[in-house]
Design a protein around this ligand. Structure first.
Ligand SMILES: [Zn+2]
Length: 416
């Protein structure tokens, strides 16, 4: 079905296009340069800039360098502290909170253990208290807070804002998390799956803060290691969400045909060999003395065991180091399948588990990917997300900022 547009929608779209160009420039742009980069007429840019100035989203600052005859023009720069967004990452073991300014920079952060992960009400109470505490501690005007982006383990119902039946959150069934947070805080809220949010951290924020190299790759595979393992795909600056917003399930990608059996009947599935509990099991089998994690249903106990494994690696335990290096090689094998399939040149890795094991796993991952023959004449680079364990929370905040300020051609279309 083909749908049309109207003038107000075109105006709003152009406004987000101009803001996007100014935001990405970082250092400020003259109106003439905005016109050149967007293809909009000088008059349109002038009109849009006036609206953005009125809204306080941009400020005028300094003069552009003179280029040829005529006045050089005043620079337009993003007014980063004009708006804020809260990003929340609900991980079964840890809750992470960030406050982002309009540029995507983290201006405040907090972290706390997930209270009684199996009790959704206790978790919502904890989330709301931490969100309020974060905003109050940062001292920002609440009217400038656009809302809360929440990243949660999947599967989720994106439309309804409901967490369905996440395997690592026993006791959670159809929890209306988005509306619960919105009602309790009075702020707009959005809910997304954690791995999708994590990738989005690298779509909005400045490249230097994201640690993704000198410029953002527009096409990349994002491997997320938390309590479980998941993979997001970003193509042309857009994250692939799938038809239900639940893309990213990579648990049964075979990473090692000789690996441990998976409940699906095959061996060496990514989820079976790389999830946190599997690493703890491998560590114990390698002779590392670890605190007991019971039947694996308490994510915090599993987390403590993984911390023990990493501490043993830090202390020089060869078996512990080999477990973590093997994890890197296995992740590399799976990543090679995806980079081949998609013909992309970047692999980004992040998440709370990755942050811990990266010192030992990243060299092995990089080596495995480098040895993988690449179809086409380009290299595949591997990097760790510069956001560390906060990547999901930052990404959730970025999604909220993006909803308000990212130009999407689909926004032009009239809904019948
Ligand atoms: Zn499997």
């Amino acid at each position: 079905m083909r749908r049309g547009t109207n003038l107000p929608r075109m105006g709003d779209f152009n406004q987000t296009v101009v803001l996007d160009v100014i935001r990405r420039a970082g250092g400020g742009l003259a109106r003439a340069e905005v016109a050149r980069r967007t293809g909009l007429s000088a008059q349109t840019v002038t009109n849009v800039a006036r609206r953005l100035l009125d809204l306080g989203l941009v400020v005028e600052e300094g003069e552009a360098a003179r280029r040829g005859p005529g006045r050089p023009g005043t620079l337009l720069r993003l007014n980063a502290p004009s708006r804020f967004a809260v990003g929340v990452h609900l991980d079964p073991a840890t809750m992470t909170f960030v406050l982002l300014d309009l540029s995507g920079a983290v201006v405040a952060r907090a972290q706390s253990p997930t209270p009684v992960p199996e009790d959704p009400q206790a978790v919502v109470d904890g989330l709301v208290a931490e969100i309020e505490g974060l905003i109050a501690a940062a001292g920002v005007d609440r009217d400038r807070v656009l809302g809360v982006g929440i990243a949660a383990p999947g599967p989720i119902d994106v439309e309804a804002g409901v967490v369905l039946d996440p395997p690592h959150l026993p006791g959670w069934h159809d929890v209306p998390l988005r509306d619960a947070v919105a009602e309790r805080t009075g702020l707009r809220a959005v809910l997304d799956k954690d791995v999708i949010a994590a990738a989005c951290a690298h779509l909005w924020a400045p490249a230097d803060a994201a640690g993704a190299g000198p410029a953002h790759p527009s096409d990349f595979v994002f491997c997320y290691l938390g309590t479980g393992v998941a993979v997001s795909i970003v193509l042309r600056d857009e994250v692939v969400r799938g038809i239900s917003g639940n893309a990213g399930e990579s648990g049964h990608l075979v990473a090692d045909p000789d690996g441990a059996p998976c409940w699906c009947g095959r061996r060496g599935c990514l989820g079976a060999v790389l999830r946190a509990e599997a690493l703890a099991q491998q560590g114990r089998a390698a002779g590392v003395d670890l605190p007991d994690w019971g039947d694996g249903t308490d994510p915090r106990a599993v987390d403590r065991a993984v911390a023990g494994l990493c501490a043993a690696a830090d202390a020089g335990h060869a078996g512990a180091r080999e477990v973590l290096a093997l994890a890197g090689r296995r992740l590399g094998a799976a990543a090679g399948v995806l980079t081949d399939l998609l013909d992309v040149g970047s692999v980004l890795v992040g998440g709370p588990l990755w942050d811990r094991i990266a010192p030992y796993a990243e060299p092995a991952l990089t080596e495995t990917v480098a040895q993988h023959p690449v179809p086409g004449a380009h290299a595949v680079t591997v990097s760790s997300s510069g956001y560390g364990p906060q990547v999901g929370a930052v990404g959730a905040g970025c999604i909220l900022l993006g909803r308000a300020f990212t130009p999407r051609p689909s926004d032009l279309l009239l809904v019948s």
